[in-house]
Design a protein around this ligand. Structure first.
Ligand code: NDP
Length: 619
């Protein structure tokens, strides 16, 4: 008999009652307004600690074929796919001092990716690289990003420590003018945006946060100058120090065991416990993953994507806790293949969810020896309410005498920061170092943040254009009125938990759009009718997840408890079907987004022809 067959309806309704109470205990009236981003007076928390730059350089005023905003995996993969289509003039503009994106910024101790390395690292077939661990450390992932950038020759014209500040379409030359915070104002025939989703560090607006006189930083800007050591540990600077870490999300779950090793005393300030499932990291050989066969990595990624997107498969090549719990991802992902009868599905879902959560709560009791600490560490919500995490080191850290778990649920988080520590429930915790593992401003990066204005045809702003009726795109990539602007990310397309795979397919598609426009000497721009048709496709099958997220404890998945309204946000039939749809569209219909250039901008007109950063270009 399986675990979930043992659950009766009484147990399910008791769980429901408990989940409701835990939610009510945590919802704050200020919702998402409780946070502050690391700008203005908090700019210190966002500064780049990993570069000695920025190096002095002349502002760029030249013309490139493609400007790519963002040097994380999205931007690098766009560069690599453009290269393989013969595009020579590619300029990647990146805020950090090197390539890597998420993996450039996040270098906290213990950092690993909890998606299997053989499916997470892109372009393994192309670069011949075979990871040696099932779950790779962050540094290996960052070095792989650099490997791809070198492989595709993307360093030569990259601009690092540079943030794009405005994009303006110049009708006369039919190019984009790209302005940056380093005084650049260069032109690009195409702009590809790949600015990520979890990029700007977020801080809780705890009263007194400015007053703290000890050392403090955000996990995505780890100060090894203070702590000493590396992501592998050895933080000798923490000897004799009382360290506090705020937050218990996926980042803290990895960092806490390392801090526990090196701090004199570690205080973990928890508001909502994460689910922490088995990790089982281990060394792997090329043979284990079939890396001696041509196309092995692509086959493995496809297989993984099928499983975590709800498609049927004969075989589970990765076989980990993500694939084992794939059915429960239905509520997490608006884009998921949904089969069969909904009512039967929902009933099965509820028992499977309860069984999974019971299993995870039992794991706490098995590992954590102090019953009171174990009680506080148990997550009381449905599985897909919060980002699942995986660790075999996190719970054992709480069995140490020098680690204290401080539950802050009843006070909605830390109450107050003082000059020398924090206050929770009237108790003062004296600290030498306070680390914020409080996450990121979600989905507000790049051209959607309002901080990077985009002016298209007629000087119309992208966000103004969308203000009344919401975002309008074709497949999430292109928009009417904004020619040759191609967006990567998670808008109106299909996403999944292995985001680098999603980005790889998006980058392939972006490169195909550029190549087709070049071959036809045309612009890429969908009509408003094409956008309407895409929106109708998204609306038609949009899943009903509203009730689910309304019952969840607050977090960034449900806008801090306000819920996640249903709507046409994603392709409703899953990432695999979306990739098939894109491939078919490229074969049969790509011509529908190609528009002739104005004569004035063609060849001898105003369109700049000189000053390309690399010779030849893609035309
Ligand atoms: P999260 O946003 O997931 O977590 C923030 C944490 O801070 C939560 O535990 C939150 O509690 C807590 N918090 C916020 N404000 C307060 C407060 N005032 N007092 C006490 N606690 C507070 O950020 P992470 O950096 O952990 O993760 C961000 C994302 O990065 C993940 O969701 C994941 O997508 C990704 N990631 C991926 C990894 C991988 O291996 N692939 C590894 C690490 C991160 P509460 O829940 O109550 O709001």
């Amino acid at each position: 008999m399986t675990v979930h067959q043992q659950l009766d309806s009484g147990e399910l309704s008791e769980l429901e009652r408990r989940y409701r109470l835990e939610r009510e205990r945590r919802v704050r009236p200020d919702g998402a307004a409780q946070y502050r981003t690391a700008d203005a007076e908090f700019g210190y928390y966002a500064a780049d600690p990993y570069t000695t730059g920025p190096d002095e350089r002349e502002p760029r005023r030249d013309t490139v074929d493609v400007a790519v905003i963002g040097g994380g995996f999205g931007g690098i993969l766009a560069g690599a796919h453009l290269r393989s289509r013969g595009v020579e003039s590619i300029r990647i503009v990146e805020k950090g001092g090197d390539f890597g994106g998420t993996w450039y910024w996040n270098r906290y101790p213990g950092i690993h990716c909890d998606i299997e390395s053989h499916v997470y690292l892109p372009m393994l077939d192309e670069t011949g690289y075979v990871p040696e661990w099932k779950y790779a450390p962050g540094d290996e992932i960052r070095r792989h990003a650099v490997r791809i950038a070198r492989h595709a020759d993307l360093y030569a014209d990259a601009l690092f420590s540079t943030a794009v500040t405005a994009l303006t379409w110049d009708e006369a030359s039919e190019t984009w003018i790209v302005a940056t915070d380093r005084g650049d104002a260069f032109r690009a025939t195409y702009v590809i945006t790949a600015t990520g989703t979890l990029t700007d560090p977020k801080l809780p607006g705890i009263p007194g946060i400015e007053a703290f006189k000890g050392h403090t930083f955000h996990t995505s800007r780890w100060d090894y100058g203070y702590t000493g050591g590396t992501p592998e540990g050895g933080m000798t600077g923490l000897a004799g120090k009382r360290v506090g870490i705020v937050g218990t999300g996926a980042t803290a779950v990895q960092a806490v065991p390392m801090l526990a090793e090196d701090a004199a005393h570690l205080y973990v300030f928890q508001r909502t416990p994460s689910t922490v499932d088995v990790r089982a990291n281990r060394r792997t050989t090329a043979q284990d993953v079939g890396a001696d066969r041509e196309g092995w990595a692509r086959r493995r990624r496809e297989n993984y994507l099928r499983i975590v997107s709800g498609e049927h498969t004969e075989q589970d090549l990765v076989a980990d806790r993500w694939t084992e719990s794939a059915g429960l991802l239905e509520k997490l992902l608006p884009s998921f293949r949904r089969h069969g009868d909904r009512e039967a599905f929902e009933a099965g879902y509820e028992t499977a969810d309860a069984a999974k959560m019971n299993e995870l709560r039992a794991r706490v009791d098995r590992i954590v020896t102090d019953p009171e600490t174990a009680h506080k560490l148990k997550p009381w919500y449905r599985y897909a309410c919060k980002r699942p995490t995986f660790s075999d080191l996190y719970y054992p850290a709480f069995n140490r005498d020098d680690v204290t778990l401080v539950d802050t649920a009843d006070t909605h988080g830390i109450e107050r920061v003082t000059e020398d520590g924090v206050v929770v429930g009237g108790i003062r915790y004296a600290l030498d170092c306070l680390i914020f593992a409080t996450g990121f401003d979600v989905g507000a990066s790049g051209i959607h943040s309002g901080r990077l204005p985009v002016r298209g045809r007629g000087g119309v702003g992208l966000l103004d254009r969308w203000a009344r009726r919401g975002p309008r795109t074709l497949h999430g990539f292109t928009s009417n009125g904004f020619p040759n602007l191609i967006q990567l990310g998670s808008l109106q397309n299909a996403s999944s938990v292995n985001f680098t795979h999603i980005l790889d397919e998006q980058a392939r598609h972006a490169a195909a759009l550029v190549a087709a426009a070049e071959a036809a000497d045309a612009l890429v721009e969908p009509s408003t009718e094409t956008e309407d048709a895409w929106l109708a496709t998204l609306t038609e099958g949009a899943p009903d997840h509203e009730w689910f997220h309304a019952e969840c404890t607050p977090g960034y998945y449900n806008r801090e408890g306000r819920g996640r309204p249903n709507g046409p946000t994603a392709y409703p039939h899953g990432a695999v079907a979306f990739h098939e749809l894109l491939a078919r569209w490229r074969e049969e219909s790509l011509g529908e987004v190609l528009r002739g250039r104005a004569d004035s901008a063609r060849g001898t007109g105003d369109r700049p022809s000189g000053g390309r950063s690399t010779p030849g270009g893609c035309r």
